[in-house]
Design a protein around this ligand. Sequence first.
Ligand code: T4K
Length: 409
Amino acid sequence: MAETPRLALLGGRPHFSRPLHVGAPNVVDREAVFRRLRGIFDRNRLTNGGPEEQELEETIARQVGVRHCVAVVNATTALQILCRALDWRGEVIVPSFTFVATANALSWLGIQPVFCDVDPGTHNIDPRRVEDLVTERTAGILGVHLWGRPCDVDALQAIAARRNVDLVFDAAQAWGCSAGGAMIGRFGRAEVFSFHATKWVHAFEGGAITTNDGELAERCAAMKRFGFVDFDRTAILGTNGTMTELAAAMGIVSVQTQDVVRRRNRENFDAYADSLRTLPGVKIVTPAARDDWHYHHVVLEIDEAVAPLGRDEVQRVLWEDNVLARRYFHPGCHRLEPYRSSATRRPLPVTERLAGRTLALPTGLQMDARDATLIAQLMWAAFEQAPAVRAAVAQLPDLTDAGAETLRR
Ligand code: T4K
């Protein structure tokens, strides 16, 4: 290890002059987006099923290897449309250890999310816990490929078939990932991707439903456009989930240039992994050998029983140095409103443990491998001076008060 860096928390100057964000947008080729934008203005077709949206849908379907793709304004709306198109009511089994949008999409439709614990190794919904939660009110299982690592699709599929319920996946974090050679996006009855600006491939805001079920795709496509199946005929209750042409153009260029981002993510990830391998009590989330990954989520598990500092203390150290690490997904949906106040709480010990120890670090084009190594060195330095760090953190205001302002910088 190089010379110990002087932590900003302990009086040094911040090592990064500009904040490094988790989820800073990656834009590889602005000119290509501008060219497409000129075409959009020339055609004067700005939204509602223009050529950019159609091209994006074809691009996604081709890369995933499915027959149908329906582009939607964002993944949250896409999940809602999919749930409606499946005519889901009653209860749906879903992990709590996910971004709150997964559960909210259900609740927004009056469907009750039934929170299931996750597997401690994969962080994904634990099939061994799912079956006990199936009741006569269960409409389906909504798995989440958290961090882009695939759920245990086969086990979930077996339960869904045995109990005669639907299985779909929230693949918001999993664009470009595969499970044992099969691209995520092909599993269950349908899957939903997010192309939000914070994703490694994005459309400013965007989402997509992928499926091999033609009838389901047709229903989703009609629902996303007010229920229209013709220029003036509706067939179904719909909403407005349309993606603009500008967003679709950004999405196409982002897919076309994704290898540049994946390569940088990989370099950053390897540098983090190399430097953190022997840091006591710290484990980095890695893909299984059989899977392809985007290396977009650099997620640590910090075990306070072994590490000299806890996750929240490490986060404060990094923030003082302008590394805005995030506690994804603290504290778990079941501990956020409106779920926290609901009467039907069951114990989720693995979710609780993970929510207290996971920390997401920045990556992407905003930084390089040297930066990743330096961030790891800051963590080493913090561990070496743990008593002083602990005392200094205790003097700081609560992060929830200062945090929102800092993130806007
Ligand atoms: N299911 C799952 C499993 C998901 O992870 C998500 C979204 C969804 C469903 C729903 O997908 P969408 O409906 O969004 O398509 C972010 C994103 O808003 C959200 O899309 C994402 N998951 C979630 C994990 O993270 P925040 O509130 O943590 O991100 P935000 O806006 O604070 O962005 C992170 C940092 O990145 C900012 O502090 C600053 C920087 N940033 C962000 C944006 C948007 C920029 O520098 N420029 C930007 O344009 O939720």
